[in-house]
Ligand binder design. Structure first.
Ligand SMILES: [Zn+2]
Length: 385
């Protein structure tokens, strides 16, 4: 008899694990995994002035290769619970769908991975040919400091080695099987500060209005694309998100003007080369006449890509065999914990359909839970074949 992912998903949805609360979700996984013969570690990480976060690492087998399923059991808050047509933490099945916060992002994905692993183990005498691990954090939807990055460091310090990782985030856009994510653009936030000389509007010749300089630099930085894209990525993009002078006085020329921007960048850049490029362009536009400076916020979102190869092909083939769809290998969307995992092993993201994630009435078709379990099961079987 095969394991029912719907029951597991339901049990997980009933845990109130609103980030960063554990809510019983990791305890549930610990029990099930221990029952299947996994060695389970529960790790709590903290940082002064931040919430403590619980995490879990579980492994069965000691041999290579080690196939890792990664994910998070924390969820975003439900918002106004009365706006939901089914309670967000009841795990109610209605007709063809299972409702609840985290149904697709990503307790549903974890349930499918767990069901697939249990089925694989019971078909192979309870042991994998190599190793199978679960790397589960309770801090993905929050600031992601005491979650996956520290869990990975801890595992590395224990001598744990990962060979390949599947992160079960809701990667699909419209239908199960349409998208596997193999990378992500990097993200960098910056501030552009132009300084002038404060003065009276009636005597502009005695002042130097920084707004003029700011407008010149903002328009120059938007005028030219940063690059024309690369094999797996669209062109990098710089977008201004705010312009601030904060001047409440009608007859005063301000002394300083600021603008804030974000850059989503591809693998033609590193953080350093990108900062240099932006500064050079501003320099050129300023022509020595505008006094400006950049302030850069620290970024923990570098660009990365898992180059297509045997592993991505194995995953894509399993997806196609079950869904009939040839998945698109994408690098689009916001960041995920894959940006941390990529430093340790090749990682791909494949999970449920993201359409209702973070929304009221988040829900997942039961058929998708069963199909994703079958996909994961095929991946595991072929990986260890
Ligand atoms: Zn997620």
């Amino acid at each position: 008899m095969s394991t029912d992912p719907v029951t597991i998903a339901r049990d997980l949805l009933r845990c109130r694990s609103v980030t960063p609360a554990e809510g019983g979700a990791l305890g549930y996984l610990e029990n099930v995994l221990k029952g299947a013969g996994f060695t389970v570690h529960r790790l709590t990480f903290s940082e002064p002035s931040e919430d403590m976060v619980e995490n879990l690492y579980a492994r069965i087998g000691t041999a290579k290769p080690n196939l890792v399923f990664a994910g998070h059991t924390d969820v975003v808050p439900p918002g106004d619970e009365k706006a939901w047509t089914r309670p967000p933490f009841a795990g109610e099945v209605d007709g063809p769908e299972l409702f609840g916060r985290g149904a697709v992002d990503m307790k549903g994905g974890i349930a499918c991975a767990l069901a697939a692993v249990l089925d694989h183990l019971s078909a192979h005498g309870g042991k994998p040919k190599g190793s199978i691990s679960f790397l589960i954090t309770g801090d993905e939807e929050g600031i992601a400091v005491n979650g996956t990055p520290k869990l990975l460091q801890w595992a590395a310090a224990q001598g744990e080695k990962f060979d390949h990782c599947i992160l079960g985030e809701p990667s699909n856009v419209e239908n199960l099987g349409d998208t596997i994510k193999i990378g992500r653009r990097g993200s960098l936030n910056g501030h552009l500060i132009v300084s002038g000389r404060q003065g009276h509007v009636a005597y502009p010749e005695r002042a130097e209005n920084p707004i003029r300089g700011l407008v010149t630099l903002v328009s120059a930085l938007q005028a030219e694309p940063l690059d024309d894209g690369s094999t797996h990525f669209p062109p990098s993009h710089l977008e201004f998100t705010s312009i601030d002078v904060g001047n409440k006085t009608v007859n005063l020329i301000p002394g300083e003007a600021r603008a804030r921007f974000n850059i989503r960048f591809n693998d033609k850049h590193t953080l350093d080369s990108l900062k240099k490029l932006v500064a050079q362009r501003a320099e050129k536009a300023a022509g020595g006449k505008i006094k400006f400076a950049f302030e850069w916020e620290p970024s923990n979102a570098p660009v990365f890509v898992t180059e297509p190869g045997p592993f991505t092909e194995l995953v894509a083939k399993a997806v196609e065999d079950v869904t009939g769809r040839k998945p698109h290998l994408s690098t689009s969307g916001g960041t995920s914990d894959a940006r941390f995992i990529t430093a340790f092993c090749p990682v791909v993201e494949f999970g449920l359909v993201g359409r209702t994630m973070h929304q009221v009435d988040e829900r997942v078709p039961i058929a998708d839970l069963r199909a994703l379990t079958t996909i994961y099961h095929k991946i595991i079987d072929r990986y260890f074949a």
